[in-house]
Ligand binder design. Structure first.
Ligand code: GLN
Length: 611
């Protein structure tokens, strides 16, 4: 698959083509060196949270990062000092003013937010380091982490700004006046000028945005760059203050946390999904890239990216619900027990959860369980397709489990194994004094456990010893026929754990009649795991397919307990059929009935699974 054929790549190329000729706005001149920028430079890049990079136009042209560095350094200050100390020095209120406004809180003198220059200079003074030189090392480290490569400074731009940045110098002294900056404010200001002069490309900025989208972890290097808890702090500030006095309109129209800079860079973040960066030095009167805004507006509109526009129904976490009547466990039971179970099997319900289960999704599941409670006895929560379980959601599930258990119901989990996130959330949120929850390898075992629970609540019927006449395969036979058959049966006993039939075996032509004990029919899957097809008890038979002429055994049969059985070889039956064809016909008829029943069950299962 060549990248140029990917739909998003073609879409971005078309967008680039459309806005390439948009020539409104002008390259900034207040930093003399920046005036040298080519007004036609134009790049668009998208980096997904799984690290795929889309790039069109001037994606590799180096330029100075300017104010797009502000969210990165704010993230570093939060990581290095903690939220409280940072909030005491720099606020989180939009200023609604230009980036270089001297917007300080009238009471405390603290800058209103870290995205305007006053707040950004204060933030630069907050990163870790005892001296300005050490703080500079930290700034380089953070910016390199965000870009996923070592970054350097454009010395010409740095000198140019330092020589002409009188307004920023005034701001720095104001901050000193209000004790927002401790010590000499000038080295802090020089670090700020240098930080703004770090050279990046449009692609670097897209990786920076993608790191914020990816919960603070760079999607290519895998390096944690922002503490997980602080990503939302940084994104909130970007959403409300990232576009200066255009911030309100930006949130209204585009609806993505973003940050722009006077050299023409813009980043926007779709949390959890991707980072977007545009580079085009023509600026509007607010100091935002004209084409950058146009591209973001169009993409947000066409792709529905507005963060408040996302509406995912919590009911989506429930992929399906089925009962043990529709999908029974693989344990086969003697006909009277099976009949009893069928009466009550719909009281066992399996809820299959999927995707990211947060508070709202769990609330929906909990309400569904409560609603079904009167006509239910046991609930299985199948977690196999859950990719994420929030602690708040796990807490709700534990809560409803305790509530229902107190009412004599059962709530068990299945298929948690291999879902580390799910397991961790359930363990972390286990209420104090709770004995824990039952968890089964698969739904089959969970269903069987629930069935046994339902059956044992009723009168116990001990399984009858298998007599020859009692086997369904021999049902409707005359006494004479039964005697003839009995003469041809061989006794075979097995210890627990013995393999009675091995899958693939071709020579063995015996049908087994289980007189005592239990066996399981097991299919070996390609991935090395095993799937139980059935568990049988006394009075049932297995291995009957040899009578239909199929040679190789299709599954293995293991003795779960010590087993006593009779065997009848297909050859012996054929010999008997020479003089008594009616015996073989009757057996085949009984077998057909049994197969028809199994087929109906299999069809029902397919119906449930395909729904
Ligand atoms: N270095 C620039 C300044 O402080 C950054 C401003 C910006 O990109 N908006 O003026």
């Amino acid at each position: 698959m060549s990248p140029t054929t990917l739909p998003l790549q073609r879409y971005l190329a078309a967008l680039h083509e459309k806005y390439r000729t948009m020539d409104a706005g002008a390259v900034t001149t207040y930093i003399p060196e920046l005036a040298k920028a080519d007004p036609n430079w134009f790049g668009i890049c998208v980096v997904t949270t799984d690290g795929y990079a889309y790039a069109v136009g001037d994606s590799e042209v180096p330029f100075t990062i300017q104010s797009v560095s502000k969210p990165a350094i704010y993230a570093a200050a939060l990581a290095d000092r903690g939220r409280g100390p940072v909030l005491r020095k720099v606020g989180v209120e939009p200023s609604g003013e230009a980036f270089n406004s001297i917007s300080l809180d009238p009471q405390t003198g603290a800058p209103l937010n870290p995205m305007i220059n006053a707040g950004a200079i204060a933030t630069t003074g907050l990163v870790a380091g005892a001296t300005a030189a050490q703080q500079w090392e930290r700034i380089v480290e953070v910016m390199s982490n965000f870009c996923g490569r070592p970054v350097t400074v454009d010395e010409d731009v740095y000198r140019s700004e330092s020589e002409t940045g009188f307004r920023n110098r005034a701001i720095a002294w104001m901050l000193k006046n209000f004790d927002v900056i401790d010590g000499d404010p000038m080295p802090v200001l020089e670090n700020y000028f240098r930080q703004c002069s770090i050279q990046v490309t449009c692609l670097d900025l897209a990786f920076m945005a993608a790191t914020l989208a990816n919960g603070g972890v760079h999607p290519r290097t895998g390096k944690r760059t922002v503490p997980a808890d602080e990503v939302q702090s940084v994104l909130s500030i970007m959403a409300t203050c990232g576009m200066y006095d255009y911030a309100g309109s930006w949130l209204y129209e585009v609806g993505l946390p973003a940050k722009s800079g006077v050299s023409g860079g813009v980043i926007a973040v779709m949390p959890g999904r991707f980072g977007l960066a545009i580079f085009s030095p023509r600026l509007d009167e607010n100091g935002n890239s004209v084409r950058g805004i146009a591209v973001c507006q169009q993409m947000s509109r066409e792709f529905g990216l507005h963060v408040f526009g996302v509406s995912v129904s919590p009911s989506l976490v429930l992929s399906r619900v089925f009962t043990a009547l529709e999908v029974p466990s693989r344990r086969l039971r003697p006909p009277p027990v099976a009949a009893r179970l069928r009466q009550v099997a719909s009281r066992i319900k399996c809820y299959c959860l999927q995707g990211e289960v947060a508070f709202d999704g769990a609330e929906f599941v909990v309400r569904s369980l409560m609603q079904a409670t009167p006509e239910s006895d046991s609930f299985i929560l199948d977690m196999h397709r859950v990719s994420y379980l929030a602690d708040s959601a796990a807490w709700l599930l534990h809560d409803v489990r305790q509530l229902l258990v107190a009412q004599g119901k059962a709530v068990v989990f299945s298929r948690i194994r291999g879902r580390a996130v799910v397991e961790a959330a359930l363990r972390r949120t286990l209420p104090e004094g709770d004995n824990g929850y039952l968890s089964f390898e698969d739904n089959d075992l969970a269903l069987e456990w629930c069935e046994e629970r339902l059956l044992s609540a009723e009168a116990e019927t001990s399984p009858p010893e298998g007599t020859v006449a009692g086997f369904p395969l021999f049902s409707g036979m005359s006494e004479r026929a039964l005697t003839l058959l009995r003469e041809r049966l061989r006794s075979m006993d097995y210890p627990a754990g013995a393999i009675i039939i091995s899958s693939g075996e071709e020579e063995d032509d015996r049908v087994f009649f289980l007189r005592e004990g239990e066996v399981s029919v097991v299919l070996s899957l390609a991935d090395g795991s095993h799937q139980r097809l059935a568990t049988l008890s006394a009075g049932m038979s297995f291995g009957e397919m040899v009578m239909l002429g199929s040679r190789a055994r299709s599954a293995s049969v293991h003795a779960d307990t010590p087993v006593r059985s009779w065997t009848l070889s297909a050859r012996a039956l054929d010999e008997l059929a020479v003089d008594h064809p009616e015996i073989k016909i009757a057996i085949l008829k009984n077998l057909s009935l049994d197969l028809a029943h199994k087929l109906r069950q299999a069809n029902q299962l397919i119906g449930v699974l395909a729904a």
